[in-house]
Design a binder for this molecule. Structure first.
Ligand SMILES: Nc1ncnc2c1ncn2[C@@H]1O[C@H](COP(=O)(O)OP(=O)(O)OP(=O)(O)O)[C@@H](O)[C@H]1O
Ligand SMILES: [Mg+2]
Length: 246
């Protein structure tokens, strides 16, 4: 079995990363696959790790899911400083590698957005690149989303951006921007790269949510190994990065 690592990040905090990770966990478990999920660094309490723990139905302990946690609701680097503690990337990587040995798929949830400082010497982007993980980028589907998604992709090396999947998370009320964002991003980045997570009335009922057609389609395409052909936007990035290797 090919081992895979999926890194769940986003344009911001509170964009649905934990909800999506829990849905991916349930989907893979129901299919009988071996899956782990981690939120290596939590700040503002351990709520995310507890949600992952519940979704995983006790296959991992809370400390395996989340080795580092800090009380303050601040970016993890600052929350750790309040407790005079330091988190270094090498130690986080070692914990993730340990879990990777036991599971064929490991889902890793970042903290905050792509460049939120996670520890002394790293952010989500650094960790994702060090893991050679497939990025899943969440963005709330509202006016401004296209810019935010393109900024995140532009911040990744072209070879990694070309593997990324985008998930636009719906708000309760769809408007003209949210309907057209999905279509334009698909036009720019490729139909199979961009997905939507519908608004869920009771997101804590994960298995029930998975039964809805829209959710099932998004979740299963995120874990498919289908190769997505490069589209113009990303092709241009790839060519540019070949022209100016830095
Ligand atoms: N599609 C959706 N339908 C209904 N509720 C949603 C949806 N997406 C997110 N939410 C709710 O919004 C809140 C924030 O989502 P979530 O905790 O998954 O965000 P996050 O990106 O993991 O945040 P953090 O940066 O704190 O880790 C949660 O209460 C979640 O249940
Ligand atoms: Mg979260």
């Amino acid at each position: 079995v090919k081992r895979s690592c999926i890194f769940i990040t986003g344009t911001d905090t509170g964009v649905g990363k934990t909800l999506l990770t829990c849905l991916l966990v349930r989907h893979l478990l129901i299919r009988g696959e071996s899956v782990a999920a981690m939120k290596p660094v939590c700040s503002g309490g351990r709520g995310d790790a507890e949600r992952l723990h519940l979704a995983l139905s006790n296959t991992l302990t809370l400390d395996q899911i989340n080795p580092w946690h800090f009380r303050a609701s601040l970016t993890p680097l600052l929350a750790a400083r309040r407790e005079r503690r330091k988190v270094r990337q090498a130690r986080v990587l070692a914990q993730i590698h340990r879990i990777q040995k036991q599971f064929s798929t490991v889902l890793v949830e970042g903290a905050g957005g792509l460049l939120s400082p996670m520890g002394e010497d790293f952010d989500s982007r650094d960790l994702m690149l060090a893991l050679d993980a497939t990025p899943v980028v969440l963005c709330p589907n509202r006016l401004g989303a296209i810019n935010q998604v393109l900024l995140v992709l532009a911040a990744l090396p072209a070879s990694v951006a070309s593997r990324a999947r985008i998930v636009l998370t719906s708000s309760r009320i769809a408007d003209a921007a949210s309907r057209s964002n999905l279509l334009l991003l698909r036009e720019m980045l490729g139909r199979w790269r961009v997905h939507a997570l519908p608004w869920l009335k009771s997101p804590q009922a994960l298995d029930r949510c998975l039964k809805s057609g829209g959710v099932q389609q998004t979740i299963s395409s995120l874990v498919s190994r289908k190769k997505i052909p490069l589209r113009p936007f990303l092709k241009r990035q790839t060519e540019e990065s070949h022209e100016n290797p830095s």
